[in-house]
Design a protein. Structure first.
Length: 394
């Protein structure tokens, strides 16, 4: 549903901020919300961070980690977003599409998206596809054409804008947007996205969801359909699975969950890959064993606050890793198995190195060796960066 007021004014504020180079500081009032200092009704995950733009790129942190900006992935300074009406967006959830051969790609799903013209052309979510495995110089996105499932982005028939990918399920609850939170491929090329239905935005870091659910695509992300039987209403044990992260191990999909907002802990469930759409088949980790069919049995595997998160197996560390934002930094945790125990968090990038209020670190699935690539949203410009961190010494 589209209930976003004052869109033209907000769009002008976004585009004013986005027109500036990355390394040029902006006034603190040049934020995506037109200077009101809050995400308010606009469905952006930001807020609660610093509201300035980066004067310098990040250099290094403790733990012998080196971090740097690779490129703008979205916005007017991005070559990937050119012609797709993506003036401002966030997130950048990435997963391998599971297809062998020349169609092998990484899919990238973004959240609330606006153009820099007219009324802002709001779309709750849009998507990129990329075959690029050499990430050191950026993430190339091929050209797009309507209905072409190997193109860089699914687009509208008329103007060529990147189009909304996921529609919500029919309910009587008020809804302002539909936000993707995780993606994974099953059965050699069926795409599955976890999303949340947002009822209202509150103070920075707080929002109210109606439910989370899965959407499926059988055409490499060209079209998605929500699956009604996967709806998790925001109550009972399911309230801890409103946002998600996926990872595979030994024939299972491990589905991590957090509550609405950025204040909760992280929980984990698992399901046999072919049965991912059958909620009654999920098992939940209670700290000692797996409990079938009862989301309320799940206990935290990572103590909060846990914000938007991603999880992946890392060949270099020979461990599962997770990234999230908390306490002013991007935090990395490691574990031998998805249910943990997970290590204490280690900072790989902090607010002082990259001002602007960042959030949403999503791991690129083709990261290799000590080079960890991930997307990162910057609140002050409301767009997405491709980042790189060296894991030497982690």
């Amino acid at each position: 549903m589209d209930k976003l007021p004052r869109r033209a004014a907000i769009t002008a504020a976004i585009c004013s901020a986005l027109a500036m180079p990355l390394l040029t500081p902006l006034a603190a009032t040049a934020d995506p919300c037109g200077g009101n200092g809050s995400a308010g009704a606009f469905g952006w995950f930001g807020g609660g961070g610093q509201n300035t733009n980066p004067a310098d790129g990040p250099d290094s942190t403790g733990n012998n980690a080196k971090s740097n900006i690779v490129e703008w992935l979205t916005g007017p300074k991005s070559k990937q977003a050119s012609g797709l009406a993506i003036g401002g967006t966030d997130l950048g959830i990435m997963w391998d599409n599971g297809v062998k051969g020349p169609s092998h790609k990484v899919l990238v799903m973004f959240g609330d998206t606006f153009s820099c013209t007219g009324d802002g052309n709001h779309r709750s979510n849009v998507m990129f596809r990329s075959p690029d495995a050499n990430l050191s110089d950026g993430m190339a996105i091929p050209g797009s054409a309507f209905g072409y499932a190997q193109g860089g982005a699914p687009i509208d028939l008329g103007g060529g804008s990147a189009r909304k990918m996921i529609d919500s399920l029919p309910t009587n609850a008020p809804e302002i947007t539909v936000i993707p939170t995780a993606g994974i491929a099953i059965n050699d090329g069926v795409q599955v996205v976890n999303y949340m239905s947002v009822q209202a935005w509150g103070q920075p870091g707080y929002w109210t969801t109606n439910y989370s659910a899965l959407a499926v695509s059988y055409d490499n992300g060209e079209t998605f359909t929500s699956v009604p039987r996967t709806m998790r209403t925001n109550d009972g044990g399911n309230q801890n699975f409103q946002m998600g992260a996926f990872v595979k191990k030994d024939g299972y999909i491990y589905s991590f969950g957090t509550p609405q907002g950025r204040q909760g802990s992280a929980y984990v469930s698992r399901v046999s890959e072919p049965r991912v759409f059958e909620l009654e088949q999920y098992e939940y980790w209670n700290g000692q064993s797996w409990v079938s069919g009862d989301a309320s049995a799940a206990t935290p595997v990572m103590r909060g606050p846990i914000a938007e998160m991603s999880v992946a197996w890392n060949d270099y560390l020979k461990k599962f890793i997770s990234l999230t934002y908390a306490d002013g930094s991007i935090q990395l945790r490691t574990a031998d198995v998805p249910e943990g125990p997970w290590s204490d968090p280690r900072s790989i990038l902090d607010d002082g190195q990259l001002p602007g209020g960042f959030y949403g670190p999503f791991i690129h699935p083709w990261s290799s060796g000590p080079d960890l690539y991930y997307t990162l949203s910057l609140w002050s410009t409301y767009n997405v960066l491709l980042m790189h961190t060296r894991l030497d010494g982690q």
